[in-house]
Design a protein around this ligand. Structure first.
Ligand code: NAI
Length: 480
């Protein structure tokens, strides 16, 4: 039986390995992690991450050919193929701080693989890494082990949180990069054969190592670029009376452009887009390409602008002060159908409103109070560096309440912000919410999920990103 071991039981490692186990019952798959609590959760009824369909897949395979363990060295030592799916956050200190990928976790995983290996192995980069990382990993592996042959493959993951299982079951493509040597080609074939159990072979793309590594960074940069482009146009829509939904639709019907990923919003979030673009920017700078670096840097600038523009809109609408006012925040996760809050725009919006001395009442169906409080007390980039986490300041604690119900969160509020597009928010009883709110009652829709016309009929003053402004807001000074 072929043995696969995956280092890192996170959002990528867990679901990816669960689907491999499901589709390849003759392969023994073990996911290992240094985090005991994460492994305990994978072995329990309450999985550590929320992802539609994941529980079903895990239940079908766990204990048969899918295992979760903290015995990292044993399972890595026994495996034929080792996936490395550890976190690769943005560096917070030293050379490249604020941009470069921090490969500490990757390097320590590579050194451990070298230390415990007694037989030849294929080592697969699943994490998103800077282009040329495989070269460094190869050096670590070959310099630390006697006579063992390691083949490094790059197999970046393209799943999207919220649809991870569907994406893994029917991927647009699987990308495998390897060395163009006979051993490299053999290793590519071996991994290709794993995926070929359920992915059509024409969807399995094989490239050289550097193309595969760079493709992942480029794909995320392109996706984020579409969001920043539509968000930039949304600002112009608000200034001119154009409607971003109509503009997006008209633009997206051009088959060269396509309709997907053209929704205006409060901004993109998630653990990958910002980190991967910053990483791309850093690599461009290191390769003497400042113009290219600046081009990509602006994708993030527009995203930051969109978040601060939203905060400014909230404050300016409410007579230029949010001080002491209760503002309900509905949705904290970075998108619907996930509990993941990494780099969620809600963090920057909430911090902006707290800076205006607003009192926040937050509700998200999948994010706990502890989690929200931790996020609001964490410095930028520190969320993926557990050692840097700080308790929330006593002043901020007084300003934030986390509720377990949208109606509770909106009671007595002056304003209500939608920051995640959860389906349940579309079905809320807005008349009931309006009855319990202060007057005037504001709705700031950062995801364009509510029917603004219907809400205005109830009496709300509604702001929707990129839509013609409510008559109330039109008379106010322009927001930059
Ligand atoms: P994560 O933070 O959820 O999981 C990483 C896990 O690795 C953690 O549980 C951590 O304890 C473990 N770990 C770190 N060092 C370790 C070591 N030396 N030995 C054993 N375990 C170790 O991260 P996530 O979201 O799964 O991302 C992993 C990689 O995949 C990142 O490079 C990310 O950029 C990339 N990626 C993430 C996607 C996403 O949607 N989250 C999508 C595609 C790629």
């Amino acid at each position: 039986m072929v043995k696969i071991c995956c280092i890192g039981a996170g959002y990528v490692g867990g679901p990816t390995m669960a689907v491999i186990a499901l589709k390849c019952p003759f392969i023994e798959v073990t996911v290992v992690d240094i985090s005991v609590s994460r492994i305990d959760a994978w072995n329990s009824e309450q999985l550590p991450i929320y992802e539609p369909g994941l529980e079903d897949v895990v239940k079908q395979c766990r204990g048969k050919n899918l295992f979760f363990s903290c015995d990292v060295e044993k399972h890595v030592g026994e495996a034929d193929i080792v996936f490395v799916s550890v976190n690769t956050p943005t560096k917070t200190q030293g050379l490249g701080a604020g941009k470069a990928a921090d490969l500490t976790y990757w390097e320590s995983a590579a050194r451990m693989i070298a230390d415990v290996s007694k037989s030849d192995k294929i080592v697969v980069e699943k994490s998103t890494v800077p282009v040329k990382t495989a070269e460094a990993i190869e050096k670590i592996l070959t310099h630390n082990s006697d006579g063992i042959n390691f083949q490094i493959l790059s197999n970046p993951e393209f799943l999207a949180e919220g649809t991870a299982i569907q994406d893994l079951l029917t991927p647009n493509r699987v990308l495998i990069g390897g060395r163009e040597t006979p051993e490299g080609i053999k290793a590519i074939e071996k991994l290709k054969n794993v995926y070929a159990n359920w992915v059509p072979v024409e969807s399995i793309l094989c490239t050289n190592l550097w193309s595969a590594e760079l493709s992942k960074l480029a794909a995320n940069a392109f996706l984020a670029q579409r969001i920043s482009s539509v968000n930039a146009i949304s600002a112009l829509c608000e200034a001119t009376g154009a409607d971003i939904s109509e503009v997006s639709h008209s633009v997206g019907t051009d088959t060269r452009i396509g309709p997907k990923f053209l929704n205006a919003s409060v901004g993109f979030g998630g653990s990958c887009f910002q980190k991967d673009i910053l990483n791309l920017v850093y690599i461009c700078e290191c390769n003497g390409l400042p113009e290219v670096a600046n081009y990509w840097k602006h994708i993030i600038r527009i995203n930051d602008y969109q978040k601060s523009r939203f905060v400014n809109r909230v404050v300016s609408s409410m007579f230029n002060t949010a001080s002491g006012k209760k503002i309900a925040i509905l949705g904290f996760a970075f998108k619907k159908d996930t509990g993941d809050t990494r780099e969620t725009p809600a963090i920057d919006v909430c911090k902006g409103l707290l800076g205006e001395k607003a009192n926040l009442s937050i509700y998200d169906p999948q994010v706990s109070a502890d989690h929200i409080e931790r996020d609001l007390s964490t410095e930028k980039f520190d969320w993926d560096h557990p050692a840097h986490l700080q308790p929330m300041s006593p002043t901020a604690i007084k300003q934030v309440r986390v509720e377990w119900d949208a109606y509770e969160a909106t009671k007595d509020a002056h304003g209500l912000c939608f920051l995640t597009e959860w389906d349940e928010f579309k079905k809320l009883d807005f008349q009931r919410i309006y009855n319990d709110m202060q007057r005037p009652s504001f709705v700031f829709d950062g995801r364009n999920i509510v029917d603004a016309v219907k809400l205005r009929r109830i009496g709300f003053i509604v702001y929707s990103v990129g839509k013609p402004l409510d008559p109330w807001l039109k008379d106010l000074p322009a927001v930059a």
